[in-house]
Ligand binder design. Structure first.
Ligand code: GYE
Length: 339
């Protein structure tokens, strides 16, 4: 009976579910016709993604979708279009459909307790990826796989210290402090909070390094440009720009060049993600340090989802491999980034 119910659910349920979720939040679930569903015996994973705000994000989505297809996993993809309420709707739809596993990228850290309690009541394991969540009851999700944003922030701070300690003799002796501008990622997101915390942790014992401006560009190129227009009007003695992602950095570079400023020369620029455009800018001397944040986590995510579907436990916390690219490296060795 259970087998028939499960099979029926897969046939009837997927079609109804895709109609429901597409109407709810404009998702682009992978379309399957009934005949295909018959053959599929892969697990069903509900995947709630933040949106498509950056090259990093679209690469991350593609990585999960390709890995699911590779493994014969039925992936129901929901694009939240940058809204937490859409993510919560999608998770509730996954629960209603009784997917085998939920994988989601929490756009912000808070506000997930109730819907994750509903998933647990429905017996559906949850894998959190890319960004972290803050819940009362840690058992509401099985584990996390993603980026170590605290380490990314620390690496950015160390690069700033290293750069100016080496440049000390070149600086104007009358200059007794280093002015830093920070482009913050999405407010309330664990990655932006971690990148800011790690950066400040390294600089806190060096009071001559001052963050004179810090605003959220929401990881968007357009907002990075707008913020640059603002802070370049406000300050004429900026030494460093620390940007939480390459998308915002590309907006800053555009604004600087429009004003005849030389990014990477007049102002030191550190950026995070390591998308191709940032590596190109590093090679052109327009940025000075690119900190990798690896979006290609699809294969590992699907492997963990399969474990959860099989009732196995998974590591509580798993960070992906990441490196830092410096202007002084042999940049010809960097492989094409694919995003
Ligand atoms: O840095 C940015 C994306 O959550 C690590 O979100 C991700 C961040 C990434 O929009 O480009």
């Amino acid at each position: 009976m259970v087998l028939i119910r499960k099979k029926f659910r897969k046939q009837f349920g997927i079609i109804i579910f895709m109609i429901l979720i597409s109407s709810l939040i404009g998702c682009s679930a992978q379309k399957k016709d009934a005949s295909q569903i018959e053959k599929d015996d892969g697990i069903i994973v509900g995947f709630s993604q933040i949106g498509a705000e950056s090259a990093w994000r679209t690469c991350n989505t593609r990585s999960v979708q390709d890995a699911a297809a590779e493994r014969g996993v039925q992936l129901v993809y929901a694009n939240a279009e940058q809204k937490q309420e859409n993510q919560i709707k999608a998770l509730r739809s996954f629960i209603a459909y009784q997917v085998d596993v939920i994988v989601f990228v929490p756009i912000v850290t808070d506000g997930w307790d109730n819907v994750l309690q509903e998933a647990r009541d429905a017996g559906i394991p949850v894998l959190v990826t890319d960004r972290k969540i803050d819940v009362e009851d840690q058992s509401l999700y099985a584990g996390f796989i993603g980026t170590d944003s605290l380490k990314e922030g620390r690496n950015a701070g160390l690069f700033v210290l290293d750069t100016f300690e080496h440049k000390r003799e070149q600086l104007d002796p009358a200059k007794d402090h280093i002015n830093i501008v920070e482009l913050f990622g999405t407010e309330g997101s664990s990655v932006a909070l971690g990148r800011a915390e790690g950066f400040r942790e390294v600089l806190k014992s060096h009071p001559e390094y001052r963050i004179v401006y810090s605003k959220s560009g929401d990881f968007l190129r357009s907002k990075g440009y707008e913020l640059a227009v603002e802070f370049l009007e406000m300050y004429d003695d900026i030494d460093v720009i620390y940007s939480h992602n390459d998308g915002m950095t590309l907006g800053v570079i555009e604004a600087m060049e429009e004003r005849g400023l030389r990014p990477g020369k007049d102002i030191v620029i550190i950026t995070i993600d390591a998308q191709q455009a940032a590596i190109d800018a590093l090679r052109e001397g327009k940025v000075n340090c690119v900190i990798e944040c690896n979006p290609k986590t699809g294969p590992e995510i699907i492997k963990l989802a399969e474990k959860l579907a099989a009732g196995e436990s998974i590591p509580r916390l798993q960070y992906v491999h990441e490196q830092v690219f410096y202007e002084t490296d042999d940049l010809s060795l960097i492989e094409p980034r694919g995003y």
